[in-house]
Each structure stands twice: as C-alpha cells, then as structure tokens.
Design a binder for this molecule. Structure first.
Ligand SMILES: Cc1cc2nc3c(=O)[nH]c(=O)nc-3n(C[C@H](O)[C@H](O)[C@H](O)COP(=O)(O)OP(=O)(O)OC[C@H]3O[C@@H](n4cnc5c(N)ncnc54)[C@H](O)[C@@H]3O)c2cc1C
Length: 456
C-alpha cells in the first residue's frame, strides 16, 4: 500500500539521469523549480560508467601501446609489455569510482534536486509510480531513460555468458580470443582495444562493411587497418546458433565454418522498452523504438523526451544538446529549437573516424545535386611525415554551394572534424572555405585539397 505521506509532488520529474537528464535536472533546480531526478541504476547513465568514458580510457591505453610499437618505424627500438591490469584499475578507480555514483548524487543534491532511486512508470498524466512511491509533477515529466544493449535473437546466444559493453568495461583480464558481434562504432572500438592488448579477435558483421552508417571509404580504411593488426573481419555474416561449453563459445555461421573463442562480446545495437515507461498514458505508441518529439523536445503536452530514445543520434553530446532546449522550453526561455543538420559522430578507433551531417548516399537519397571531394591524408605533408592513412570526404549541395556532410578519418580525425562541423552547421559557402588559410603542415590542411577536388 502506498501511504499518502510517501507521495512526492514537484514541478518537474526527470525519469532517467543520463548525461542530459542530469544536466537538465540541475538547470531546472538552479532556476528555482522543485525537481525530482529518478534513476534506477547509476546517476549519469551509460556514458560515464559503461560507455564513452571507460571505453575511451581503454582506447587511450591501446593507442599508447600501438604508438610505442611504432618506435622501430621512426626512432630506434622499444620493448613494449602490455598490462591490462593497469587499464582495469584505472577504469575501476579513476573513471567509474568502482561503479559508484555517490559523487554525482551529491552534486545533484547540492544543486537542489531530489534524487529518487527506483524505476519509474507513468501511471497518469503528470504522475509516476517509482517502485511503489507516487511522484507527481505539476509542470511535467522529462524522459531520459536511454537504451540497453540489444542481444540479437540467435538461438542459444542469450543463454551464454556473453559480454555486452557493460561487462566488457569491467574486464579484469583480456580473453585469449574474442568474437565481437557487430561492426558498428562500439564493436570496432572494442575489437581494436582487446586486439592491441593481445586477444585474438574475430569481428562478425551482418552488414557488407564496417561502420555501415558512415561513408564506405571509412569502413574500407578501418578494414585495411584491422587486417594489418590481424583482426579477422567477416562481413555479410549470418550467425545461426550459439553455444558455450563451460570453456569456449562456438558460433555457427550460415554457409561458413563455425567460429570459436574464449569470449563473445555483443555490440549489435541498442533496445528500449517504451511499454515499461507507460507512455501510452499520453496516447503515445509503446511498440516503437523511440519517442517522437518536436523541435522543443515535446512528446505530448507536459511530456518531454531527450537522449537516445528520441532517435536523433545516440550520443552524449546529443543528450546534452537536447537537455538545454527542453530546459529552455520548460523555463519559457526563447529558443528556436533543435537543428540536426550538423550532428557530429566519432568512432574512436585508430584511424579515428569523424563524420558530420549527411553521407553521400543520404544526400543523393534526398535528391540533392551532390558534388563530392576527397583527399587522402597519406598525400598530405603531415600524413607523409606521420606515415599515416586517412581520408577527408566532403559532400556539397551544389545548388546551394554549401557542405551538407563531411568525413574526417585519420589521426585525430575527431578533432579535425571540428572545422567541418562549423562549415556544415553554419552553412559556410564553399567559396568562403576555399578562401580560408589552412595551417601547414596539419592534418586539417587536407580539407583544402578535398575542396579543390569537389566535382559532380
Ligand atoms: C560502448 C559505448 C560507447 C559509447 N561511446 C560514446 C562516445 O564516445 N561518445 C558519445 O557521444 N556517445 C557514446 N555512446 C553513447 C552514449 O553512451 C549515450 O548516447 C549517452 O549515454 C546518452 O544516453 P541517454 O542520455 O539517452 O541516457 P543513458 O546514458 O542511457 O542514461 C539513461 C538512464 O536512465 C535510467 N533509466 C531508464 N529507465 C528508467 C526508469 N524507468 N526509471 C528510472 N531510471 C531509468 C537508466 O538506468 C540510465 O541510467 C556510447 C555508447 C556505448 C554503448
């Protein structure tokens, strides 16, 4: 029985405290609203504990190893001994506080947010049940529940002791061999990390190429590097069954020999359970993969949604961007609303793959008059000096003379991307980009070469 005294009434209830929810709850509380922040797992969400931050710490360590192994190419000799124990300890102690969110909770409480632990479900408009406690929100509810790792419906797979990203970031030893299921950003990042720390990695990808959301040039570049690093990539693969015999995993493949390894890591997309959130109360479809929102992040009257579930890009920067707009809407601050033409995406592999806006294929599908320009990083002075591969690819809407998409793949590709994000977001005329001065000899100078290459 729920006692009336247990009920909590606030101005705004935030369901799920991912990066955006945390920022939004803080902002609203600091603006003087009463705010309940409801979290069933860890305050901060996936990013700081299981995703962006620990994986980038692992990648940093793997990159240092790879760089040290290149000493013979440039500077003499070096003996490199990989020690995963250092990485695991850093992730546990420095990065995730041993998967403890007390610091984040304290920060929210100090900002004036009432933190409620538990799983929220909408029971009526402006009303939630949080594990038996009623939370009422006078002004409205903001949903920021994120997504969970999806396990593909392969017979037997869900019964094995597989890893998703949540187990992989907790790994205390590197498996002798690893099968990674999924060739998107997450699968590719993990594959390279564990391979560089000594695992024999096989990557299985159902699509015909790696990073299918990016330009084909990016997938090809990464496939080439993976081959050089002895990561076995199998594309166009269909897994028909999975088993674990207590020691090893074996996956049967359609029309190919089975593959086997000491560990399986599934990085095959994300799922959400909208039914469990109870959004049907607002007349919204619970069977879909996401919540449809307008440019102010409104899903219904008195209901906002931000982050992965809006389907505008599953990134921390998207969650935070949307949080600002939703908070403005709730506080009545003038804001023209979300603009998604220049969403940046970075896969932190080596080479690092950054992209923004439309791919060439997406631009053509939209019926734009497309011109593309390509420059190889290896042909640039900096690329030659570094003995580095990469590519800059530009997508121009020739009718308007502006870039609508771009890729920057190579050393620090995600950093070089910054210039291209400005160009796509601000719709800087291509003629203006051509008149700019690009520092010599930088990686970003290859943008100038790609601009000169723009053609139909
Ligand atoms: C391995 C990996 C690496 C990634 N790397 C990057 C990267 O480098 N850069 C980047 O920008 N993005 C990265 N991402 C994506 C990024 O983690 C997410 O986009 C980001 O966490 C934002 O998600 P979100 O705000 O929607 O919610 P989340 O971070 O998923 O948080 C949602 C929170 O809501 C809680 N919750 C859910 N339902 C309820 C409920 N009913 N009641 C109470 N609480 C609830 C959950 O417990 C969770 O803590 C990565 C993802 C993965 C898996």
């Amino acid at each position: 029985m729920v006692l009336a005294a247990d009920a909590l009434t606030v101005d705004v209830a935030v369901v799920g405290l991912g990066p955006g929810g945390e920022a939004l709850a803080t902002r609203l509380a600091q603006a003087g609203l009463s705010v309940a922040g409801i979290e069933s797992r860890l305050v901060g969400g996936e990013c700081p504990y299981y995703a962006c931050v620990p994986t980038k710490a692992m990648i940093r360590a793997a990159d240092v190893l790879a760089e040290a192994r290149r000493v013979p190419d440039f500077a003499g000799t070096a003996e490199v001994h990989a020690d995963w124990g250092k990485v695991a300890a850093r992730v546990r102690e420095e990065i995730t506080d041993n998967w403890d969110d007390q610091v984040a909770v304290d920060r929210l409480v100090a900002a004036g947010v009432e933190v409620v632990r538990g799983r929220a479900r909408i029971t009526a408009r402006g009303e939630l049940d949080v594990d038996g406690r009623v939370v009422r929100a006078r002004r409205g509810i903001v949903l920021n529940p994120g997504t969970d790792p999806a396990v593909p419906p392969v017979p037997g797979l869900a019964d094995t002791p597989l890893w998703t990203n949540r187990e992989a970031v907790k790994a205390t030893v590197v498996p002798e061999s690893l099968i990674v299921i999924g060739g998107g950003p997450v699968g590719c990042e993990f594959a390279q990390v564990f391979s560089r720390f000594g695992a024999k990695v096989t990557l299985l990808q159902s699509n015909e190429r790696l990073l299918p959301g990016d330009e084909p040039e990016s997938g090809a570049l990464l496939a080439e590097r993976f081959a050089a690093e002895h990561i076995l990539v199998k594309t166009g693969v269909k897994i028909t069954s999975a088993a674990h015999d207590g020691q090893r995993f074996t996956l049967e493949l359609d029309g190919q020999d089975p593959v086997s390894a000491a560990q399986v890591l599934v990085a095959a997309g994300r799922r959400s359970d909208l039914g469990a959130l109870g959004i049907g109360v607002y007349g919204l479809d619970e069977s879909g993969r996401g919540v449809t929102v307008d440019k102010h992040l409104r899903a219904a009257d008195g209901l906002w949604a931000i982050g992965d579930i809006t389907g505008e890009g599953a990134f921390t920067h998207m969650s935070m961007y949307q949080a600002t707009i939703a908070a403005d809407d709730i506080l009545g601050v003038d804001n023209p609303g979300a603009v998604y033409r220049a969403v940046p995406r970075v896969t932190f592999t080596d080479p690092e793959i950054g992209s923004v806006g439309l791919t060439e294929a997406a631009a053509r599908d939209k019926g734009l008059n497309v011109r593309t320009g390509i420059a190889q990083i290896s042909s640039s002075t900096r690329g030659f000096l570094h003995k580095a591969d990469g590519v800059i690819k530009l997508i121009e809407d020739a009718d308007r003379g502006v870039l609508v998409g771009a890729t920057s793949a190579g050393p620090t590709g995600g950093e070089v991307l910054g210039a291209l994000v400005v160009a796509v977001h601000a719709q800087v005329p291509v003629d203006e980009l051509r008149r700019m001065i690009y520092a010599y000899p930088t990686f970003h100078r290859a943008i100038e070469t790609a601009l000169a290459d723009l053609r139909s």
